[in-house]
Design a binder for this molecule. Sequence first.
Ligand code: SF4
Ligand code: SF4
Length: 117
Amino acid sequence: MPRVAILYCKRIKDFSCIACAKCYKAMAEKDGEFAKYDEVELVAMTDCGDCPGLAFPKVKLLTEVTNNLERPIETLHLGTCVKLAMETADCPIDFDELKILLENKFGINVVLGTHNY
Ligand code: SF4
Ligand code: SF4
């Protein structure tokens, strides 16, 4: 079962996207970016580290914690909220650059997006 973690936009979660209910639904129904998995084991969900683009140190800490708990992350999803922040606001994350950095440094797969709602 793939061990997945989700990073959400600190500025959007619980303001315009409440309680991550949409991502939990998509995981349960294997919708959106979760459609490719037979089952998903969510090992962690946390914020992006906040503006101005502090995702790398946040993921460093996240991988240390999950590795110490012997539940290492295989795939990290940047939530649809992060995608929206990049497309419609001034989110400083450059996904292509961040994906390469995180995959090379931490040996995880990095995917942009979660649900389609
Ligand atoms: S898109 Fe997903 S991760 Fe982001 S706030 Fe909404 S439910 Fe949570
Ligand atoms: S706008 Fe981007 S960097 Fe800022 S909190 Fe949201 S996802 Fe994180």
